[in-house]
Write a protein that binds this ligand. Structure first.
Ligand code: GLY
Ligand code: MN
Ligand code: MN
Length: 461
């Protein structure tokens, strides 16, 4: 159990920020339960912002933080009948001791308490455009405060987006978060190892191996190591399915001689991991597969070298694109005659035929985590986009220690008239999670091999 002081420290930081902005109160609900069909719900997942400030994973809960430093939790009341059916509830009486909040009440009191908590506050902060219906609820409570103005109540005069403040805090991972992210990365790496070995074993044994067999291995390893969920729907893509970027694990057969792309990571204690490996289903790369694999690996190495403090978020992407574009010209995926030099291929965007996504994203509680991708406080400047149209852009974010991002270049070759046939239907992505450190970056997911020789050795064993 995490010490409540981790969350208390974060709440205190929010209170200080509200105070610095002139005082006010922050209101934050957790996520609702979501029905799947008839009376079955999807597995419950708390709201990341809410969990970041409470460590509390029950549904139907609200957090209110005032700039004076007081935190109030509203949560489900103890209820023996409901606890017999659905399980333990912390309840408001135990909440201050367990979570370190100053006060706690039953969520049944929400409509009565909120107007009291909002009265005589200068401003209200809440997550904009995140919880459907929240604005309407707040309007109702603020209306009740206003109705009491003649009795001396003061109504908040301004509303601010709480996301902006929390996004910036969440972008920099503290020691507690780094510990969990490291462990999540280790578990996911083990799951990839297990899936690769299963693929080779099943094909060697002449079994009918399918994408879902490998998905089952991933889930098995996640759960047996204590991770609660996959952080996102696992991609297990056999052969040409790897060229579908958002493919889900289906029932396609794994074939010796084809690659399999797995993009999967567990969520551990509210934190994601995100790994992709592309490996020969039977354990040996063909020459064409190996050629493209090594280009993507070199692109990833270049991107990793550009992931260090002082570099910008876009730098790893630009480093990867340079290597990939050179590889496209070297292999004849693009021709010098038609597309020119590497610089031309980059300027024209021709490389996008085979590499159409970006090389990374922030990662943390959410696999695509929050955080500004541009440098705060900078002015937009005019640039030209890939089609030559002027666009206003702000400079990309400067990397600093504590940020966590993925590094995930790829190549996806669909059949085409001018595309060398040897490469048709090969899809490769290599993805690791990186923590920016004082001097460079720490890869959190290297428990699974990435060099082609090491993958072959692992699958032979
Ligand atoms: N697995 C989602 C991504 O790589 O961004
Ligand atoms: Mn990713
Ligand atoms: Mn991924």
């Amino acid at each position: 159990m995490t010490s409540p002081s981790v969350y208390a420290r974060r709440r205190a930081a929010v209170a200080r920020a509200l105070k610095a902005a002139g005082g006010g109160v922050a209101v934050l609900p957790t996520a609702p339960e979501r029905p799947r069909n008839r009376d079955s719900d999807f597995p419950y997942r708390h709201d990341s912002y809410f969990y970041y400030l409470t460590g509390f994973a029950e549904p139907e809960a609200w957090l209110v933080i005032s700039s004076t430093g007081q935190s109030t939790l509203l949560c489900r009341p103890k209820d023996l009948e409901r606890e017999i059916w659905d399980g333990f509830r912390l309840g408001p009486k135990a909440a201050p001791g367990a979570l370190g909040v100053e006060a706690a009440h039953s969520v049944a009191q929400l409509d009565k308490l909120m107007p009291q908590l909002l009265a005589n506050q200068k401003a209200v902060w809440f997550p904009f455009a995140t919880h459907p219906g929240l604005e309407t609820q707040l309007d109702g409570w603020l209306g009740q405060v206003r109705a009491r103005v003649r009795m001396g109540a003061e109504c908040p005069q301004s509303q601010h987006d709480l996301c902006k403040l929390l996004d910036e805090m969440r972008l920099f991972k503290d020691a507690h978060e780094v510990r969990i992210l490291r462990r999540a990365g280790e578990i996911s790496a083990r799951a990839h190892v297990r899936a690769m070995q299963t693929s080779a074993m099943m094909l060697r044994a002449g079994q009918d191996a399918r994408e879902y067999h490998l998905e089952a291995e991933l889930l098995h390893e996640f759960r047996r190591q204590g991770a609660q969920f996959p952080a996102y729907t696992s991609i297990v893509a056999a052969g040409s399915n790897a060229c579908v970027l958002h493919y889900r694990a289906g029932d396609a057969p794994l074939k010796a001689g084809e690659l399999c792309l797995i993009d999967a990571g567990c969520e551990l204690d509210g934190y994601a991991s995100d790994i992709t490996r592309s490996f020969p289903a039977g354990g040996r790369f063909s020459p064409a597969q190996r050629t493209l694999y090594d280009i993507v690996l070199d692109a990833q190495k270049a991107a990793i070298a550009a992931t260090r403090p002082g570099k910008r978020f876009n730098d790893p992407h630009e480093a990867a694109v340079k290597v990939l574009a050179q590889g496209m010209l070297d292999t004849g995926l693009l021709t010098k005659k038609k597309h020119g030099s590497v610089a031309d291929v980059i300027a024209s965007g021709a490389y996008r035929q085979f590499y159409m996504h970006r090389t990374g994203h922030w990662m943390g509680m959410d696999v695509h985590d929050c955080g500004d991708y541009t440098e705060p406080g900078t002015k937009p400047r005019q640039e030209l986009d890939a089609t030559g149209q002027p666009v206003m852009r702000r400079p990309s974010r400067v990397l600093r220690p504590g940020m966590v991002l993925t590094i995930e270049p790829g190549l996806y070759v669909r059949p085409g008239k001018d595309v060398p046939k040897a490469f048709w239907n090969i899809g490769i992505r290599i993805e690791d999670d990186a923590l920016v450190t004082a001097k460079g970056c720490e890869l959190l997911t290297r428990g699974v091999p990435v060099e082609a020789d090491a993958i072959e050795a692992l699958m032979a064993g």
